[in-house]
Design a protein. Structure first.
Length: 131
């Protein structure tokens, strides 16, 4: 799946952190927003799934990702795109198969009880003998 560039909204601001005078003069921090609710790149099923799974991250149907790790705006733009792609891919991924409940085997139950008895015996031998 690819998101058309016209649906992405970019905002730039000054980033904090190391960089000296460079930080004070350049807008390297990047915020990338994508309006999922109004996107034409999604099928209705995909849109519904994204809105449901990303509901805690959405503001008015839009998801926003920020990146300020690099000193370059270009690198931060790439980083923001990758983050958005990973979030969308994870949200669109199918659910993992349900776990099947299983019972412990007879052998594992026997070994567990034997180990408990052995541990109990070890601790009993540490006690002061009674007269």
């Amino acid at each position: 799946m690819s998101i058309p560039a016209v649906e992405l909204e970019w905002r730039f601001s000054r980033a904090s952190g190391p960089g000296g005078q460079h930080v004070n003069t350049s807008s390297t921090r990047v915020e990338l927003s994508w309006n999922i609710a109004a996107s034409h790149a999604l099928s209705p099923g995909q849109r519904e799934r994204l809105l449901e799974r990303l509901s805690s991250r959405l503001t008015d149907g839009s998801i926003t990702v920020s990146a300020a790790e690099q000193r370059s705006q270009l690198l931060n733009r790439r980083s923001a795109q990758e983050k958005l792609g990973q979030i969308i891919a994870a949200a669109l991924a199918p659910d993992p198969p349900k776990r099947r409940a299983t019972k412990p085997t007879k052998g594992s139950q026997r070994r567990r009880l034997e180990a408990k008895a052995q541990r109990s015996q070890t601790k009993a031998q540490r006690r002061r003998p009674t007269l």
